[in-house]
Design a protein around this ligand. Structure first.
Ligand code: FES
Length: 76
């Protein structure tokens, strides 16, 4: 069936993170978040799921325009 084959590599967003898993899911306890944290959306971070700036290199190399999700606490 269509879904039984692994997709061709160039259609994968995720190239190397936890490829042994059938699905990569990250759980974060919102009570334990600091004042500001950036989560990777480019799947290139070496500290995934935290952004390490690797999106900049990816954007330069590919012409893409991806960046992190930044969670920030409201100023009191
Ligand atoms: Fe992936 Fe920054 S490293 S969004």
């Amino acid at each position: 069936a269509f879904r039984s084959k692994p997709p061709p590599k160039d259609s994968c967003v995720n190239l190397k993170i936890q490829k042994e898993s059938s699905k990569v899911v990250n759980m974060v306890d919102i009570e334990e978040l600091g004042d500001k944290v950036s989560y990777c959306r480019c799947w290139r971070s070496k500290k995934f799921p935290i952004c390490d700036g690797s999106h900049n290199k990816h954007n330069e190399e590919t012409g893409d325009n991806v960046g992190p999700l930044v969670l920030k606490r409201k100023e009191p």
